[in-house]
Design a protein around this ligand. Sequence first.
Ligand code: GLU
Length: 288
Amino acid sequence: MRYVTRFAPSPTGPLHLGHAFSALTAFRRAQERNGKFLLRIEDGDTSRCRPEWEALIYADLRWLGITWPEPVLHITAREDIYASALQRLDEMGLIYPCSCTRRDIQNAMSAPQEGAPLHQDFGPDGIIYPGTCRTRSIESFKPGEAIRLDMAKAVDFLGDVNRLSWQETGPYETGTHHLDAAHLIHGVGDIVLARKEIGTAAYHLSVVLDDAAQGVTEAVRGADLMEATQIHRLLQALLDLPEIAYHHHRLNRDENGKRLAKRADAKAIAKFREEGLSPDEVKALIGL
Ligand code: GLU
Protein backbone atom coordinates (compact mmCIF):
# COMPACT_ATOMS: atom_id res chain seq x y z
CA MET A 1 0.00 0.00 0.00
CA ARG A 2 1.32 3.44 -0.91
CA TYR A 3 2.43 5.55 2.04
CA VAL A 4 0.23 8.63 2.63
CA THR A 5 0.68 11.18 5.39
CA ARG A 6 -0.49 14.71 6.08
CA PHE A 7 0.13 17.93 7.94
CA ALA A 8 -3.06 19.36 9.45
CA PRO A 9 -2.56 22.87 10.85
CA SER A 10 -5.32 25.15 12.14
CA PRO A 11 -5.08 28.66 10.64
CA THR A 12 -5.43 30.42 14.00
CA GLY A 13 -2.01 32.11 13.97
CA PRO A 14 1.43 31.92 12.40
CA LEU A 15 3.34 28.63 12.21
CA HIS A 16 6.18 28.25 14.73
CA LEU A 17 9.26 26.05 14.82
CA GLY A 18 7.23 23.18 16.27
CA HIS A 19 4.93 23.24 13.26
CA ALA A 20 7.92 23.38 10.91
CA PHE A 21 9.34 20.27 12.59
CA SER A 22 6.04 18.42 12.25
CA ALA A 23 5.50 19.38 8.59
CA LEU A 24 9.10 18.60 7.62
CA THR A 25 9.06 15.24 9.45
CA ALA A 26 5.88 14.21 7.62
CA PHE A 27 7.15 15.51 4.26
CA ARG A 28 10.47 13.67 4.61
CA ARG A 29 8.82 10.42 5.70
CA ALA A 30 6.64 10.59 2.58
CA GLN A 31 9.62 11.32 0.34
CA GLU A 32 11.72 8.51 1.83
CA ARG A 33 8.89 6.05 1.16
CA ASN A 34 8.03 7.35 -2.28
CA GLY A 35 4.67 8.23 -0.80
CA LYS A 36 2.32 11.18 -0.68
CA PHE A 37 2.34 14.20 1.62
CA LEU A 38 -1.03 15.97 1.89
CA LEU A 39 -2.08 19.20 3.47
CA ARG A 40 -5.31 19.62 5.39
CA ILE A 41 -6.53 22.93 6.81
CA GLU A 42 -8.29 22.32 10.14
CA ASP A 43 -10.39 25.47 9.98
CA GLY A 44 -13.29 24.13 12.06
CA ASP A 45 -13.06 26.81 14.75
CA THR A 46 -14.44 29.61 12.59
CA SER A 47 -14.21 32.20 15.38
CA ARG A 48 -10.40 31.87 15.49
CA CYS A 49 -9.44 30.88 11.92
CA ARG A 50 -8.47 33.63 9.44
CA PRO A 51 -7.74 33.51 5.68
CA GLU A 52 -4.56 35.54 6.23
CA TRP A 53 -3.18 32.88 8.56
CA GLU A 54 -3.99 30.24 5.97
CA ALA A 55 -2.14 32.23 3.29
CA LEU A 56 0.85 32.50 5.64
CA ILE A 57 0.81 28.70 6.21
CA TYR A 58 1.19 28.14 2.46
CA ALA A 59 3.95 30.76 2.18
CA ASP A 60 5.90 29.34 5.16
CA LEU A 61 5.63 25.72 3.97
CA ARG A 62 6.73 26.64 0.43
CA TRP A 63 9.66 28.60 1.85
CA LEU A 64 10.69 25.48 3.80
CA GLY A 65 10.71 23.54 0.52
CA ILE A 66 7.53 21.56 1.17
CA THR A 67 5.17 20.79 -1.72
CA TRP A 68 1.73 19.18 -1.76
CA PRO A 69 -0.98 18.28 -4.26
CA GLU A 70 -3.95 20.59 -4.74
CA PRO A 71 -6.72 20.94 -3.84
CA VAL A 72 -6.07 21.19 -0.12
CA LEU A 73 -8.79 19.72 2.08
CA HIS A 74 -10.65 22.23 4.27
CA ILE A 75 -12.56 20.62 7.09
CA THR A 76 -15.28 23.31 7.00
CA ALA A 77 -16.38 21.69 3.72
CA ARG A 78 -17.10 18.43 5.49
CA GLU A 79 -19.94 19.20 7.90
CA ASP A 80 -22.30 16.78 6.15
CA ILE A 81 -19.82 13.94 6.62
CA TYR A 82 -19.45 14.71 10.32
CA ALA A 83 -23.23 15.00 10.73
CA SER A 84 -23.82 11.62 9.09
CA ALA A 85 -21.17 9.97 11.28
CA LEU A 86 -22.93 11.38 14.34
CA GLN A 87 -26.24 10.12 13.02
CA ARG A 88 -24.74 6.69 12.64
CA LEU A 89 -23.37 6.74 16.19
CA ASP A 90 -26.81 7.86 17.37
CA GLU A 91 -28.47 4.94 15.59
CA MET A 92 -26.03 2.73 17.47
CA GLY A 93 -27.27 4.43 20.70
CA LEU A 94 -23.82 5.72 21.64
CA ILE A 95 -24.12 9.51 21.86
CA TYR A 96 -25.97 12.10 23.93
CA PRO A 97 -26.20 15.91 24.13
CA CYS A 98 -24.49 17.68 27.01
CA SER A 99 -25.08 21.19 28.34
CA CYS A 100 -22.43 21.07 31.10
CA THR A 101 -19.92 23.88 31.34
CA ARG A 102 -16.45 23.33 32.78
CA ARG A 103 -17.76 24.87 36.03
CA ASP A 104 -20.76 22.44 36.10
CA ILE A 105 -18.35 19.52 35.69
CA GLN A 106 -16.12 20.74 38.49
CA ASN A 107 -19.13 21.27 40.76
CA ALA A 108 -20.48 17.80 40.00
CA MET A 109 -17.12 16.30 40.92
CA SER A 110 -16.95 18.10 44.27
CA ALA A 111 -20.63 17.91 45.28
CA PRO A 112 -20.72 14.46 46.95
CA GLN A 113 -18.42 15.49 49.81
CA GLU A 114 -19.02 19.15 50.54
CA GLY A 115 -15.83 20.81 51.74
CA ALA A 116 -13.67 17.82 50.90
CA PRO A 117 -10.72 18.50 48.63
CA LEU A 118 -11.67 18.34 44.98
CA HIS A 119 -10.95 14.91 43.59
CA GLN A 120 -10.57 14.98 39.85
CA ASP A 121 -9.38 12.42 37.39
CA PHE A 122 -7.79 13.65 34.22
CA GLY A 123 -7.90 11.99 30.84
CA PRO A 124 -6.50 13.03 27.45
CA ASP A 125 -9.16 15.78 27.22
CA GLY A 126 -8.88 17.10 30.77
CA ILE A 127 -11.27 16.26 33.60
CA ILE A 128 -13.08 12.99 33.01
CA TYR A 129 -16.75 13.78 32.49
CA PRO A 130 -18.89 12.65 35.48
CA GLY A 131 -21.85 11.68 33.27
CA THR A 132 -24.43 14.25 34.38
CA CYS A 133 -26.21 14.38 30.97
CA ARG A 134 -25.67 10.72 30.05
CA THR A 135 -29.35 9.76 30.17
CA ARG A 136 -30.43 12.49 27.72
CA SER A 137 -31.40 11.58 24.17
CA ILE A 138 -30.28 13.36 21.00
CA GLU A 139 -33.84 14.66 20.43
CA SER A 140 -33.28 17.02 23.37
CA PHE A 141 -30.19 18.58 21.72
CA LYS A 142 -30.23 22.40 21.75
CA PRO A 143 -27.88 24.50 19.59
CA GLY A 144 -24.92 25.54 21.69
CA GLU A 145 -24.63 22.18 23.45
CA ALA A 146 -21.97 19.53 23.00
CA ILE A 147 -22.43 15.91 21.91
CA ARG A 148 -20.60 13.22 23.85
CA LEU A 149 -19.77 9.59 23.25
CA ASP A 150 -21.04 7.20 25.94
CA MET A 151 -17.73 5.41 26.38
CA ALA A 152 -19.03 2.43 28.37
CA LYS A 153 -21.69 1.75 25.71
CA ALA A 154 -19.17 2.22 22.89
CA VAL A 155 -16.81 -0.31 24.48
CA ASP A 156 -19.69 -2.70 25.03
CA PHE A 157 -20.89 -2.26 21.44
CA LEU A 158 -17.54 -3.36 20.03
CA GLY A 159 -17.28 -6.44 22.20
CA ASP A 160 -13.69 -7.33 22.97
CA VAL A 161 -12.02 -3.94 22.35
CA ASN A 162 -8.73 -5.13 23.80
CA ARG A 163 -8.17 -7.01 20.55
CA LEU A 164 -8.02 -3.73 18.63
CA SER A 165 -4.51 -2.50 18.03
CA TRP A 166 -2.43 0.05 16.13
CA GLN A 167 1.23 0.57 15.31
CA GLU A 168 3.26 3.38 16.84
CA THR A 169 6.16 4.14 14.51
CA GLY A 170 7.61 7.14 16.36
CA PRO A 171 10.58 7.22 18.76
CA TYR A 172 8.46 6.71 21.90
CA GLU A 173 6.68 3.47 22.88
CA THR A 174 7.39 2.14 19.41
CA GLY A 175 5.47 -0.98 18.39
CA THR A 176 2.03 -2.50 18.79
CA HIS A 177 -0.49 -0.87 21.14
CA HIS A 178 -3.83 -2.31 22.20
CA LEU A 179 -7.01 -0.65 23.40
CA ASP A 180 -7.83 -1.23 27.05
CA ALA A 181 -11.56 -1.34 27.87
CA ALA A 182 -11.16 -0.37 31.53
CA HIS A 183 -8.83 2.50 30.71
CA LEU A 184 -11.16 3.83 28.03
CA ILE A 185 -14.11 3.86 30.43
CA HIS A 186 -12.34 5.11 33.56
CA GLY A 187 -9.28 6.91 32.23
CA VAL A 188 -10.72 8.58 29.12
CA GLY A 189 -14.49 8.75 29.64
CA ASP A 190 -17.24 10.36 27.62
CA ILE A 191 -15.34 12.53 25.16
CA VAL A 192 -16.87 15.42 23.19
CA LEU A 193 -17.56 14.61 19.51
CA ALA A 194 -19.28 17.82 18.40
CA ARG A 195 -19.74 21.33 19.71
CA LYS A 196 -22.54 23.89 19.35
CA GLU A 197 -24.13 22.44 16.19
CA ILE A 198 -24.52 18.90 14.91
CA GLY A 199 -21.95 18.90 12.14
CA THR A 200 -19.40 21.06 13.94
CA ALA A 201 -17.24 18.10 14.76
CA ALA A 202 -14.77 18.25 17.61
CA TYR A 203 -11.17 17.26 16.82
CA HIS A 204 -11.37 13.53 17.70
CA LEU A 205 -14.26 12.90 15.33
CA SER A 206 -13.07 15.06 12.44
CA VAL A 207 -9.50 13.76 12.54
CA VAL A 208 -10.46 10.09 12.08
CA LEU A 209 -12.96 10.86 9.32
CA ASP A 210 -10.53 13.19 7.53
CA ASP A 211 -7.55 10.83 7.75
CA ALA A 212 -9.75 8.10 6.27
CA ALA A 213 -11.08 10.40 3.52
CA GLN A 214 -7.56 11.44 2.54
CA GLY A 215 -6.36 7.81 2.49
CA VAL A 216 -3.76 8.53 5.18
CA THR A 217 -1.76 5.43 6.16
CA GLU A 218 0.37 7.10 8.86
CA ALA A 219 -0.44 10.21 10.91
CA VAL A 220 2.69 12.18 11.83
CA ARG A 221 2.14 14.56 14.75
CA GLY A 222 3.50 15.77 18.08
CA ALA A 223 3.92 13.46 21.08
CA ASP A 224 1.31 15.56 22.94
CA LEU A 225 -1.33 13.64 20.96
CA MET A 226 -0.03 10.20 21.94
CA GLU A 227 -2.80 9.68 24.54
CA ALA A 228 -5.49 10.72 22.06
CA THR A 229 -4.61 7.83 19.74
CA GLN A 230 -6.67 5.27 21.70
CA ILE A 231 -9.73 7.50 21.12
CA HIS A 232 -8.97 7.66 17.40
CA ARG A 233 -8.53 3.88 17.15
CA LEU A 234 -11.84 3.35 18.96
CA LEU A 235 -13.69 5.76 16.64
CA GLN A 236 -12.17 4.05 13.58
CA ALA A 237 -13.55 0.73 14.82
CA LEU A 238 -17.00 2.19 15.57
CA LEU A 239 -17.25 3.88 12.16
CA ASP A 240 -15.67 1.05 10.13
CA LEU A 241 -12.71 3.21 9.11
CA PRO A 242 -9.33 1.69 8.27
CA GLU A 243 -6.68 1.34 10.97
CA ILE A 244 -3.69 3.62 10.37
CA ALA A 245 -0.23 3.90 11.93
CA TYR A 246 0.82 6.79 14.18
CA HIS A 247 4.19 8.48 14.35
CA HIS A 248 4.41 10.82 17.36
CA HIS A 249 7.51 12.95 17.16
CA ARG A 250 9.34 14.88 19.87
CA LEU A 251 8.10 18.33 20.80
CA ASN A 252 10.31 21.33 20.34
CA ARG A 253 10.85 23.13 23.64
CA ASP A 254 12.57 26.35 24.56
CA GLU A 255 15.56 26.53 26.93
CA ASN A 256 13.18 26.37 29.95
CA GLY A 257 11.44 23.26 28.68
CA LYS A 258 8.26 25.07 27.65
CA ARG A 259 6.60 23.81 24.46
CA LEU A 260 7.18 26.24 21.62
CA ALA A 261 3.71 25.81 20.20
CA LYS A 262 2.16 26.90 23.51
CA ARG A 263 4.42 29.89 24.14
CA ALA A 264 2.65 33.15 23.40
CA ASP A 265 5.92 34.76 22.32
CA ALA A 266 7.25 31.75 20.37
CA LYS A 267 8.79 33.15 17.26
CA ALA A 268 6.88 32.66 14.03
CA ILE A 269 8.68 31.10 11.05
CA ALA A 270 7.77 34.30 9.15
CA LYS A 271 9.86 36.31 11.66
CA PHE A 272 12.97 34.20 10.99
CA ARG A 273 12.28 34.65 7.31
CA GLU A 274 12.03 38.45 7.68
CA GLU A 275 15.26 38.48 9.67
CA GLY A 276 17.03 36.95 6.71
CA LEU A 277 17.59 33.38 7.99
CA SER A 278 17.70 30.72 5.29
CA PRO A 279 15.39 27.68 5.35
CA ASP A 280 18.44 25.53 6.21
CA GLU A 281 19.26 27.75 9.19
CA VAL A 282 15.69 27.39 10.46
CA LYS A 283 15.88 23.60 9.95
CA ALA A 284 19.13 23.56 11.95
CA LEU A 285 17.39 25.34 14.85
CA ILE A 286 15.06 22.34 15.19
CA GLY A 287 17.74 19.73 14.67
CA LEU A 288 16.90 18.84 11.07
N1 GLU B 1 -4.79 20.55 13.93
C1 GLU B 1 -4.18 19.61 14.85
C2 GLU B 1 -3.01 20.29 15.54
O1 GLU B 1 -2.47 21.24 14.98
C3 GLU B 1 -3.71 18.39 14.12
C4 GLU B 1 -3.43 17.23 14.98
C5 GLU B 1 -3.14 15.95 14.20
O2 GLU B 1 -2.21 15.98 13.39
O3 GLU B 1 -3.83 14.95 14.41
O4 GLU B 1 -2.66 19.93 16.66
